[in-house]
Design a protein around this ligand. Sequence first.
Ligand code: T1G
Length: 684
Amino acid sequence: MSIVSTKTNANLAIIIIDNPPVNALSHAVRLGVSEQMEINAQKDNIEAIILMCAGRTFCAGADISEFGKPPLAPGLPELIEQIERTNKPVIAALHGTTLGGGFELALSCHYRIMDVNAKVGLPEVHLGLIPGASGTQRLPRLIGAEAALEMITSGKAIGASKAEKLGIIDQLSSENLENDAILFTQQILKENQPIKRISDLNVQAQADVFDNFRKKITKKSRGYLAPDAAIRAVEAAVNLPYEQGLIVERDEFATLLSSSQSIGQRHLFFAERMAGKIPDIDKTTPVREIKSTAVIGGGTMGCGIAINFLNAGLPVKLLEISSQAADAARDKIEKIYLSSVKKGRISQQKMETTLALLTCIDNYDDLADEDLIIEAVFENMDVKKQVFAKLDQMAKPGAILATNTSFLDVNEIASSTGRPEDVIGLHFFSPAHIMPLLEIVRTEKNSPSIVATALKIGKMIGKTSVVSGVCYGFIANRMASCYSREAGLLLLEGASVEQIDKTLYDFGMPMGMFEMLDLAGIDIGVMARNNRPSDSYDNAAFQVHDSLVNEGHKGQKTGMGFYQYSDGNKLTNPKVQELAIKFAAENGIKRREISNQEIEERCVFTLINEGYKIIEEGIALRQSDVDVVYAMGFGFPRYRGGPLHYANHIGLKVIVEKIEKFAKLYGARWWTPSKLLIEQANKE
Ligand code: T1G
């Protein structure tokens, strides 16, 4: 079948787009649809036109891979106006995920029929864009300004029933979409229904709608340009005639398209998909079946990990050391589901059917049939080795034995079994059932088949997986330990907790370093470092941390850490400054005024340098993997594209010069520039 074809059914023309994998609106598709529309608009024997797609979805958007290249006519906006001008009814038949330009294409049609399981949405904001083919002008005219603002600035897709309620969809289809579309179209003709053009509609809105909406999204869209641009475009739809509103949309879109923010967010879009491509794995690599899972350890991580698999519809056995602990784990999981029911995210029924898949046990003997067993016990090598020795005895041959360790040597853990090739790292990020990133830690012994199975597991539970080699902290935590080292040293050198945190927050991190430590628990890092040789990290950088924890100040959970917490307020903890002064003196550090620029550069450039070292050591496969890990794992601002994309935006030569300057000032131990970084800087 060609990329765009037409078949005739009596007096109807059915134009079918077939551009796998997602029917992206490439130039060839736009040209084909435009030609077929023109031809069938002229045919006397054709009374109406149906537009639909083959494959798994109606158009999922403009072809993002074409962005940044010279535009080829017809552009999507032109095609969309051509379709709406057609003097015969044009009906869009939607299935799968009709997104972005695909949804705008559907809105240019006069009627829309949608499969009950399909979704529609305008996710452009996730690419640092706004809808650029009349979506900001047509959607408000169809569903009102507020509903349109919500859809466009959130980028969230909606299901068929909500789309029908909002008036986006004229008819639902639960059987055969093509047949239902034919019947629906014949009915439109029989009843001589009008040609409905959305651009003919008007939209009113209260004057304060836009300012109220700006206030509403301020926190969530902090630092991002696209949401505000979307609000301005929708405001134009309310205040200006259609054609003038289109000009506002196009200007805003063009500005965003060339912005570093959109380039960074589009980089991450493709990087997240590239991460799943592993050199020695392809479609022929055997993958093991995973139909049953078990989790060892019912702590926060273990319960979160279990929820991922329960949500994927898999039976899960959760093993704890006693029946009481097993019951406590079940209670923890039930509480999480209950809060989802309370928030209306899932139904009571869905919670009950999901929880029916959970069995909490306290005996290793019950693990003999599991396809996948994930260990999530205390972060201590001896404890983990004991668990794996037991799993080695109990698990069936061919079971995947995974560890959720955040830092420890997975090769060493694997060596405690007689089946090291089947032991792999599956590192989840807390909260494990919410954070989208999964680090797959590949050992020396893992075959391509095991890694391919781990990638499939990640896809099954909706995670974005990045494959890492074995080193201390893999990709994410190895980089994070450098970032926290610099923050700790800056604290001794004279910067305050508040200044460091505000600088990093203003850079775009979700929260400052110390606020994050208070949230996660300062003791977690202290325990992890206690497991490490003391010469493997900068002891001075963490003396304040150790001292706070020794006095029982572990962060929010104890009401005091780097900040004091009372009645929901975060207050300065004067003790921290005292400790910083004390340890600075003990370490012979002369305290001084430190600029925000130095704070930002030292914390961010150390991330960049370590990221390049991780690649040159072969731990990470590619630069974009490092960007995905730090954007998804630690909230590096997506509009900067991730640490290494950001480095290229700044200029690698600039980064190397700064690192060399820091080496002179603070010693080469932590500030020796990566060889790969220097090599790439020299190519600039
Ligand atoms: N353009 C080009 N390639 C795309 C694409 C797109 N819009 N969407 C997906 N792909 C590729 C993707 O890179 C991957 O390639 C393969 O398809 C499968 O994708 C004018 C300006 C549709 C929900 O933002 O959200 O329209 O790795 O692995 O998990 O206003 O893809 O196989 O080589 O993600 O089943 C707006 C983006 C564009 C939707 C399917 N649309 N896509 O998810 O598969 S801007 C979007 C998605 C726009 C207009 C504006 C998802 C999906 P490869 P996948 P999936």
